[in-house]
Design a protein around this ligand. Structure first.
Ligand SMILES: Nc1ncnc2c1ncn2[C@@H]1O[C@H](COP(=O)(O)OP(=O)(O)OP(=O)(O)O)[C@@H](O)[C@H]1O
Ligand SMILES: [Mg+2]
Length: 663
């Protein structure tokens, strides 16, 4: 158990208290004073010195002395608190000095305030704030210290959450399995929860429940909708209906078969076959009747084409002969012109005389150039004439021969041409007669073709034709009467079919009713299942609530067992049945915040301090403000500093005493 006691608390110029020393010397002490004499200020100073806060846990409060107008009464003062503690038999001093900083501006005679500052001293040694705090924290945690020094701190300053934390810290929280183990009813929860926490599972239940609720709300609507959608089938009987349908169907089938019979019609097809036979025999007869004429036509056609062949052959011979005649004519022209040319040639040669002067022989020898003798010259000239005449007659003879040959050729050619012309004339005559023959044959053919026999003139043919007409008329008759029958049967079939359709529609109604009924059954089953699940969830919810109740009672009794007078309520039932975490302190069943008398409040605070001190292994001086309210403080091991109002004491008065008596 760590023990801290207050040796002395010295305040100077602190919240209007000029100079006061609370000289406790580690023992219980009482400070008496009238209202506004500074009792509470002592506790403020103590907390300020250690934690920079006042007894209301405020950081911003006026430290300097104020005048009637609320202004700082006197500037330039040092505001100081020193707390001297005994910590496990070691003296420790913590001192803070708060003051205005003055600086003299250059050229100014007066120093000016430059804001406030604080100096810190631990055991008389000046230190920085951080180190000061570290030293204080080294003694004790601030929260715990406050809890242990003020009986009202737990109940009045701490928030309910923080209070719960402190209490659970003191008694030790309980695990879910510990709680389940504490109540047999809760056993199934272990399996229900699995790995989930109770809170999570409650959320799951809540979500699922609202889901199920929504579903359950919808189902009756759906069922109702389904019911209303069902057609009225009260007067329908499935079995009878099916029988009717089957009967009607077989009637339709029978009528359809009848229709087919009429359409394929036995009588009609027989007549059609008969008609085909008649047509065939007519064609045959026509063939017979016309056979002779056709044969004659055929023969005439053969003859005509033969004649045409002959005529065209004659024609080609004629044109060949004409070509030849032309050739002869042109040869004759050529030979004739040759004869004429030879005649002219002969005439001109014949008229040619020996040219004496021209042919006078040169008197000089052509070899030696010497002049020839006269005789020699004359003989030479005679020889020359003779040679000329001989040559001329030879040439004339030759021309004459050629001329005679040409004239003979011309004659021959002319004779040939004449012969050919005669032949051509004969050929032309032949062609003319052949053409006449062809024309006659053509006329004959024409005549044969126009005069070919008409089978309609044949009496037998006529009678067969009449037969055909009769059968055709019969077929027509059958066809038109069948059309009537078909129409009738088709109408019957249509009627039957529409009756079947009506019956089928009724059957469909029955099927739809069956389906809907099945759907309704499904929905009802679903509703049942959901309701069952809902019930199960309800039970689970009950278990979780039971769990909480168990936890509440277990925790509360566990916590309450730690305290002598104080009792705590950690949970409050809500209107919706859930539990709300609270932290209410009670004394004899009266809540701290709801009408508990001052003395009890202080004693409950002391009781809490006793337990917490035990728990933290720590005791600190307890400042009991308004201690005059209590005639008997409950005993405590810690040092108690009573702050007591006393009208007679206009100035604070200290009294060392020992009041460790029981109530
Ligand atoms: N900064 C301040 N400067 C001057 N006076 C102050 C300052 N702060 C508080 N006071 C006054 O100091 C006086 C002492 O106040 P304190 O609360 O300590 O009185 P108290 O003895 O506890 O009275 P009560 O019996 O009514 O509780 C009061 O009159 C208060 O108004
Ligand atoms: Mg007071």
């Amino acid at each position: 158990m760590k023990q801290i006691t207050l040796i002395s608390l010295t305040l100077r110029n602190f919240k209007g208290l000029r100079d006061f020393v609370l000289d406790a010397d580690g023992k219980n002490i009482s400070a008496y004073g009238d209202n506004a004499t500074g009792k509470t200020t002592l506790f403020d100073g103590f907390l300020w010195a250690l934690f920079h806060k006042d007894s209301q846990n405020r950081t911003s409060f006026e430290i300097k002395g104020l005048n009637d107008l609320g202004r700082v009464a006197e500037h330039g003062l040092q505001h100081e608190v020193e707390a001297v503690l005994m910590v496990d038999r070691r003296r420790r001093s913590f001192k803070k000095v708060y003051y205005e900083k003055f600086t003299k501006k250059r050229g100014s005679a007066v120093a000016e305030s430059n804001g406030n500052t604080t100096d810190y001293y631990v055991d008389g040694v000046p230190v920085k704030l951080a180190q000061y705090n570290a030293e204080v924290n080294g003694l004790i945690n601030e929260e715990i210290f406050k809890l242990l020094t003020s009986p009202s701190y737990f109940n009045e300053v701490l928030k309910p959450d923080a209070r719960r934390k402190v209490l659970l810290d003191v008694c030790g929280d309980m695990t879910d399995s510990e709680i389940i183990a504490g109540n047999k009813q809760l056993e199934p929860l272990t399996d229900i929860l699995g790995d989930r926490s109770l809170e999570d599972h409650r959320k799951v239940i809540a979500a699922r429940r609202s889901e199920i609720n929504k579903e359950l709300e919808k189902i009756p609507v759906r069922i109702d909708e389904a019911r209303r959608s069902m057609p009225d089938v009260s007067d329908l009987d499935a079995e009878l209906l099916q029988e009717d349908i089957d009967t009607m169907r077989s009637r339709v089938d029978a009528k359809t078969a009848e229709l087919q019979r009429i359409q394929s019609g036995g009588e009609l097809s027989a007549k059609e076959i008969r008609l085909r036979e008649i047509n065939a025999s007519l064609a045959e007869l026509k063939q017979v009747i016309q056979a002779e004429g056709l044969k004659a036509i055929h023969e005439q056609q053969t003859r005509l084409s033969q004649l045409r062949g002959e005529a065209s052959e004659l024609q080609s011979r004629l044109s060949a002969g004409q070509h030849e005649a032309e050739r002869y004519t042109s040869q004759i022209v050529r030979v004739d012109s040759q004869v004429k040319r030879l005649r002219e040639e002969w005439t001109s040669l014949d008229s040619l005389q020996y040219p004496v002067h021209e042919h006078q022989h040169d008197a000089n020898c052509p070899t030696c150039g010497q002049t020839l003798p006269e005789d020699q010259l004359q003989s030479a000239q005679a020889k020359a004439l003779e040679a000329f005449n001989l040559d001329k007659s030879k040439r004339l003879e030759a021309i004459s021969t050629d001329g005679k040959l040409a004239a003979a050729e011309k004659r021959t050619l002319e004779e040939e041409l004449q012969k050919l012309e005669k032949e051509l004339a004969a050929l032309r005559e032949k062609i003319a007669s052949k053409t006449a023959e062809v024309m006659a044959a053509e006329a004959t053919l024409q005549n044969l073709q126009t005069n070919i026999a008409d089978p309609a003139d044949n009496t037998k043919y006529q009678s067969i034709q009449r037969d055909g007409d009769k059968v055709r008329a019969e077929i027509e008759q059958i066809r038109s009467s069948a059309a009537d029958a078909i129409g009738k049967v088709q109408a019957e079939i249509r009627l039957l079919r529409s009756q079947v359709d009506d019956l089928e529609a009724d059957k469909a109604k029955l099927v739809s009713v069956a389906t809907t009924e099945k759907r309704i059954a499904e929905l009802t089953e679903q509703e049942r299942k959901l309701a069952a699940e809902f019930e199960k969830l309800e039970h689970e919810l009950f278990l979780t609530e039971e769990f909480t109740r168990t936890k509440v009672s277990m925790l509360e009794s566990k916590i309450n067992s730690k305290f002598k007078y104080a009792r705590f309520r950690l949970f409050e039932e809500q209107i919706n049945g859930g539990l709300k975490d609270v932290c209410k302190t009670l004394f004899n069943g009266v809540p701290y915040e709801g009408g508990l008398n001052n003395a009890a409040r202080i004693n409950v605070g002391l009781d809490i301090i006793n337990t917490l001190g035990q728990h933290y292994g720590f005791s600190a001086p307890i400042f009991v403000d308004n201690a005059e309210a209590v005639t008997q403080l409950i005993p405590t091991d810690a040092q108690v500093i009573r702050l007591v109002v006393s009208e007679g004491d206009k100035k604070l008065r200290l009294e060392h005493n020992d009041f460790q008596e029981v109530i």
